[in-house]
Write a protein that binds this ligand. Structure first.
Ligand code: ATP
Ligand code: MG
Length: 306
């Protein structure tokens, strides 16, 4: 495996990626779809999705964030929550969703969003009643329309296995699972791992469980340190080395409706999210996924930045 370490150089929104051997890449990566899932609520799925999407965009990747949770927290995090707006609900119900009208720009260059609101609840019921079309592949088909427009799609999911999360798994290449160390850290993880396995077998052979990562970590808390060590030692699931430390700046960032990586770039949590993204990108690199994307700044980028 030559040159498995790499560095990114930023120049405006162009991303140049150099291998250690000094070779500059020119080939382009396919849109990589990353789902952030855990069946448990409140483990930082949304905070993580919002931060990861922002960090990838900041690196120069073109990123689409999909809010796949009727709570619409990721949409709120980017100040795009709208009770009446159309977004993921239309993708679930419309035969040929008009992606151009469903995708919105965020306030950040290179980062677009498909929003969610309570309409997703009704949309999901509609999907389940409609046996005439495949129910699990609707998000995948919709994303195929924009495959050439983005490098990464990050999907924030609800704490559930429902038709929306199954659509996310079918559409994804990678799954990452935020975990909070508590009295039952891995509750629901076996069910989720099984669902990932079934989805891989039946509908999406490309799906990869990239790993769990610990959130809201406080190393001074003995229970956290022990819980994290046990999870790693058990070896049952892949675990990222990076842990996201707890930071009071995170809850402030939700009130400010900004990613933590913008609200407080130097907070422990923001620093850890940057390390997590590096660890994820390194996994892709080791798997031979080309990250050698050299993209000229387009007219629409300039307008967005303007
Ligand atoms: N690193 C952190 N430090 C401190 N608080 C955090 C951290 N990460 C997340 N939180 C807090 O944890 C709570 C839950 O976060 P978040 O909404 O991202 O979880 P979720 O898994 O998306 O929840 P849900 O299952 O309801 O969608 C929020 O109040 C958030 O501010
Ligand atoms: Mg959430």
């Amino acid at each position: 495996m030559n040159g498995c370490c790499f560095t990114f150089c930023h120049f405006r929104r162009e991303m140049l990626c150099y291998r250690r051997d000094g070779q500059k890449g020119t080939d382009k990566m396919e849109m990589r779809v990353l789902s952030v899932i855990n069946l448990k609520g409140g483990v930082a799925k949304t905070i993580s999705s919002v931060a990861i999407a922002h960090l990838l965009a900041e690196k120069g990747f073109r990123v689409l964030l999909v809010d796949n949770d009727k709570q619409g927290d990721a949409s709120r995090g980017y100040r795009r929550r709208d009770e009446d707006g159309a977004g993921i609900d239309k993708i679930m119900t419309a035969r040929r969703p008009d992606m151009g009208s469903l995708i919105q720009h965020t306030d950040f260059p290179g980062l677009d969003i498909i929003t969610a609101n309570m309409k997703l609840l009704k949309a999901n019921l509609e999907v389940l009643l409609d046996q005439t079309r495949q129910q699990q592949t609707r998000l995948k088909k919709a994303l195929e329309q924009v495959r050439g427009q983005y490098d990464f799609c990050v999907i924030d999911n609800a704490p559930d296995i429902n038709i929306s999360t199954i659509n996310a798994l079918v559409a994804s290449n990678d799954v990452i699972v935020p975990l909070e160390v508590d009295d039952n850290t891995t509750e629901g993880l076996a069910e989720l791992a099984e669902q990932i396995e079934f989805t891989r077998e039946d509908l999406n052979p490309e799906l990869t469980f990239r790993g769990c990562f610990i959130t809201k970590y406080d190393k001074r808390n003995e229970a956290h340190a022990q819980g994290a060590a046990q999870l790693e030692a058990a070896g049952k699931y892949p675990v990222f080395r990076t842990k996201i430390r707890t930071s009071r700046k995170v809850s402030e960032s939700t009130f400010a409706r900004l990613p933590i990586t913008v609200y407080s770039k130097r907070s422990n949590a923001a620093i850890d999210y940057a390390a997590l993204v590096e660890e994820y990108l390194k996994q892709l690199w080791l798997d031979g996924v080309s990250l050698l994307s050299v993209r000229p700044v387009t007219e629409s980028d300039t307008q967005k930045e303007g």
